[in-house]
Design a protein around this ligand. Structure first.
Ligand code: HEC
Length: 109
């Protein structure tokens, strides 16, 4: 009986853990898009410098849009790095607002 109870509790905990995340907020969706498309070059923690790309915490929508869609910068923006290694990823058009929501949510206070 004791073992059955332990197994039942363990299964219950497992079920909680495997339940698909119900957090579909823009910030969470942006975090997923970032993890899937950006961390080859940028740090998995956007507040830190990456292997190739600079820290991105606090980036604005205009900046993310210009970079991801066209590999450009918004007018008047001074890039953190003078290189031009980052390719545009226009297939991420749908994800740009969420990527920006995620990065803006990490702005240094
Ligand atoms: C192939 C590597 C690579 C990938 C993938 C990449 N980046 Fe970059 N990114 C860079 C590099 C390198 C820079 C610095 C400027 C340059 O060399 O183009 C940069 C610069 C940036 C900047 C400008 C930072 C600043 O303030 O000057 C933003 C914003 C940015 N990346 C966002 C993203 C986002 C969002 C993604 C994912 C959708 C992404 N990058 C994917 C390499 C990459």
């Amino acid at each position: 009986m004791r073992i059955a109870a332990v197994v039942a509790v363990a299964l219950g905990v497992l079920c909680l853990a495997c339940k698909p995340s119900t957090d579909e907020s823009p910030v969470e969706l942006g975090r997923r898009a970032y993890m899937a498309n950006c961390i080859a070059c940028h740090n998995a923690d956007p507040a830190k410098e990456g292997m190739l790309g600079p820290a991105l915490a606090g980036s604005s929508l205009a900046l993310v849009e210009a970079r991801v869609m066209r590999a450009e910068y918004p007018p008047g923006y001074t890039p953190k790095r003078a290189s031009s290694l980052m390719p545009a990823q226009p297939f991420l058009k749908q994800d740009v607002p969420e990527l920006a929501a995620y990065l803006a949510s990490l702005a240094p206070k």
